[in-house]
Design a protein around this ligand. Structure first.
Ligand SMILES: *Cc1c(COP(=O)(O)O)cnc(C)c1O
Length: 421
């Protein structure tokens, strides 16, 4: 568990804030993030890369809350975006567009134009069609678009198949064996500055070795491209480092990984870009929830809570494990139970067959390590209101998003009686 979360006197704290009191005042379900936890994770990258030209571009899709983005922007982070909407969020949070890289296989014309107008650092391009579109739009707007090409290095990230992206059969990037020709074509197009090589091989990597392997392959490619007169200045290795979700897992050795990367690129005249998402925010977030009911079916115990797959879909989607902790340590021992939510789906669980504190209706629990891909993947399925979010800093906390209201649920919908088209 991230040391920013700790029990003191039987109560779970985030930094110096007792979470039971947050849950009582803010209501549940509610996401809580630790500013210190995020800062520590960011500084680990920043300190590890000190001394070489670099940008740490936080992957907004992990957690796009404006409070989180503003906190990271203040620390000096750049941003990796995958949509125009994420660029809008970054700009609203005071992020610097000159430190933004735009990834993703399906950028639309409108998104490319918006990014060009805002002056982002570069586009990570994933197809020849996309490169041609960016060239045409840059010309029309009288701009030069910096681009990198996302290379598929054919490295096996050995992670969950749904979050592995670096093998030939995946939809991402352009095969490293074929990409040199694409660089030649791009270099001949107007409106483009072809200056980067990028990759992102997967997520939740507890072992960074595959990223180092990819780095080596990309450095070889950069040598070839430079020999062909294409002046590559940027190397972007994506994100993907994991966090321990289970007590027996350990965090990747981030300082060791960064030291090795520094060695690999030193003297090569490259600016290094990294796009960490999960590893900057996951361990600094928890989802607070209240126990609604207990029930037993045969030998099986159910703990029914007010958080569900609409707040945290990772268990249903990836069979992900999140530790379940009571906000007040239980005097009733433990029970093996399924912790489930109110949504009408059998996959709506936070934990199954898990030994957890023997919590009773009214007690509060926290699902841990929820700072990444938690709220970001929340939905209104079953017409549920998306939860509030809170940012803790030292002994203080503030709401950074209010809980949705019933009016929010129908905003934008037409609701006329006898309405005709
Ligand atoms: C998702 C994604 C990231 C961030 O991945 P994490 O595993 O959260 O670090 C970075 N770059 C790209 C292109 C992505 O799609």
């Amino acid at each position: 568990m991230n040391p920013v979360f700790q029990y003191r006197g039987g109560m779970l704290f985030c930094e110096d804030v007792e979470l039971q009191s947050v849950a009582e005042r803010e209501g549940t379900p509610c996401y809580v993030y630790s500013a210190a936890g995020i800062r520590n994770a960011y500084l680990q990258y920043a300190e590890g890369l000190a001394g070489i030209p670099h940008h740490i571009c936080y992957a907004v899709k992990a957690n796009g809350n404006l409070g989180v983005l503003r906190h990271l922007a203040t620390l000096g982070a750049g941003f990796d975006i995958v949509s125009g909407g994420e660029l809008y969020r970054v700009l609203q949070a005071g992020g610097d567009p000159a430190k933004v890289v735009f990834s993703g296989v399906g950028k639309t014309r409108e998104e490319v134009e918006y990014a060009l107008e805002q002056g982002i650092h570069s586009f990570n391009c994933e197809s020849e069609g996309e490169i041609a579109l960016i060239s045409a739009l840059a010309r029309r707007l009288n701009k030069t678009a910096a681009i990198a090409i996302r290379v598929n290095p054919d490295v096996d990230a050995s992670t969950h198949p749904y979050i592995s992206t670096g093998l030939k059969e995946h939809k991402f990037g352009i095969d490293i064996a074929e990409v040199a020709a694409v660089y030649e074509t791009a270099a001949a197009l107007p409106g483009l500055s072809v200056q980067g090589v990028s990759c992102h091989i997967g997520s939740q990597l507890l072992d960074p070795a595959p990223v180092l392997e990819a780095a080596q392959r990309l450095l070889g490619l950069i040598d070839t491209l430079r020999a062909n007169g294409i002046n590559i200045t940027d190397l972007d290795l994506g994100g993907g480092l994991g966090v321990p979700y289970q007590p027996h897992e350990s965090a990747p050795d981030v300082p060791g990984f960064l030291a090795r990367l520094k060695q690999l690129i030193s003297g090569r005249n490259l600016t290094l870009f990294l796009e960490p998402g999960r590893s900057l925010v996951a361990s600094s977030g928890a989802l607070l929830s209240r126990v609604l009911y207990r029930k037993q079916s045969g030998q099986k115990h159910f703990i029914i809570v007010d958080a569900s797959m609409t707040e945290l879909i990772r268990p249903a989607l990836y069979e992900a494990h999140h530790e379940i902790l009571p906000l007040r340590e239980s005097k009733l021992g433990t029970v093996v139970a399924d912790v489930v939510g109110p949504v009408c789906e059998s996959s709506d669980f936070l934990a199954t067959g898990r030994e957890v504190a023997n919590v009773m209706p009214g007690d509060m629990i926290a699902a841990m390590t929820c700072g990444a891909y938690g709220f970001a993947m929340a939905s209104n399925y079953n017409a549920r209101l998306r939860p509030s979010e809170v940012l803790v800093d030292g002994a203080t906390w503030k709401q950074v998003r209010r809980r949705e209201t019933l009016e929010d649920l129908i905003r934008g919908e037409q609701n006329e009686q006898n309405g005709t088209a």
